[in-house]
Design a protein around this ligand. Structure first.
Ligand code: AHG
Ligand code: MN
Ligand code: MN
Length: 322
């Protein structure tokens, strides 16, 4: 293969401990990719019967992917702390490590049994407390502007790793012949002008007037602005945002009458996806402020999110702040 493999590419980034952490994460997600691609032939499809800290049904694969990531990151000996959608509390993995990681082990779980794209989202910070002891809350409750590395794995028609360490966004595709990630999408830039909007239109009655006016704007006929735009929504944040990253578009999960802070979690969904989109030239806001400037106060806090191409973001925020 005359493309750099992920391990070779990421070593060039400099920090050896961070390289070891990210390579271990990629190894764990190769295992997850294999499980996802064969889920219908195994007994890991379906629900565990328990619910997580968010009161959501936990699927067997949510639990299993969470365990795989914990095991691989512990083995890397570089990851001090772990916070996950599937764990109520923070975990100390390697007290001597200098990084913490926030993960959504499996995003879009409702799509597991219908073979639609799902993913793993991750966000790495440097711990603030001294290495050697247990991690503390402050090690995780850091702004997105302090992100050291973030991205996602998408298990779709191909398995890809989309990652940024703060110097642009690169995409790697898993080669099924040798089970290695190779650089396939160097320096991804999100199209400035998008024509796709992603939102759960079924909740429209619960949205504020300003947002509803934006949705009406998207549906109007206007040749100059290539409207009507196309509505694309697959119920998987990773799937919807990855499509928009490549083709241009906006993804919105707003606060609404039923979910006053929105649904998506700040630490392991909104911050990492916003870091990627901003590094690719897009924008990300909670409707009022830049997501990466929000100071987290709780490991599992939710936040509203508007994220995508500049033209659609500017127009959407104009409507919702009228
Ligand atoms: P998760 O599977 O990690 O709980 O995330 C599901 C999220 C996100 O992936 C998606 O954008 C959103 O839920 C869809 O929510 P609705 O079904 O309410 O539209
Ligand atoms: Mn999720
Ligand atoms: Mn999840």
């Amino acid at each position: 293969m005359n493309r750099p493999s992920f391990p070779d590419f990421v070593v060039a980034d400099g920090d050896l401990d961070l390289t070891k952490l990210l390579v271990a994460l990629a190894e764990g997600c190769k295992v997850i990719s294999h499980l996802v691609n064969n889920v219908g032939l195994s007994d890991i499809i379906g629900h565990t019967g328990s619910s997580n800290v968010h009161g959501e049904d936990v699927q067997k694969l949510d639990d299993l992917t969470n365990k795989i990531l914990t095991d691989y990151l512990t083995a890397s000996e570089t990851c001090a702390g772990f916070v996950s959608e599937e764990n109520e509390h923070i975990l100390t993995l390697n007290a001597g490590g200098k990084f913490t990681i926030a993960v959504d082990p499996l995003d879009g779980s409702s799509n597991i049994d219908v073979a639609a794209p799902i993913g793993t989202i991750f966000c790495v910070h440097e711990r603030l407390t001294a290495p050697g002891g247990d991690v503390e809350g402050v090690d995780f409750l850091q702004k997105g502007t302090a992100t050291r590395a973030a991205g996602y794995f998408i298990y779709g028609s191909s398995t890809m790793l989309i990652i940024s360490t703060g110097r642009g966004v690169n995409g790697f595709t898993l080669n099924t012949a040798d089970n290695e990630f190779y650089l396939s999408h160097p320096n991804i830039m999100m199209p400035e002008k998008g024509k796709i909007y992603s939102i759960n239109q079924g909740n429209a009655q619960k949205y504020d007037d300003g947002l509803r006016n934006f949705l009406n704007y998207c549906g109007e006929v206007d040749k100059d602005t290539s409207r009507p735009y196309s509505l694309r929504y697959i119920g998987s944040m990773v799937g919807d945002i990855h499509r928009n990253l490549i083709k241009g578009g906006i993804f919105i999960y707003p606060a609404n009458k039923g979910e006053t802070k929105g649904k998506l979690r700040l630490l392991y969904e909104c911050i990492p996806m916003s870091f990627i989109v901003e590094q690719a030239g897009g924008k990300a806001s909670d409707g009022k402020m830049r997501i990466l400037e929000i100071q987290p106060t709780d490991f599992h806090e939710r936040c509203a999110i508007f994220i995508g191409s500049k033209n659609l973001m500017d127009k959407a925020l104009e409507f919702v702040n009228q």
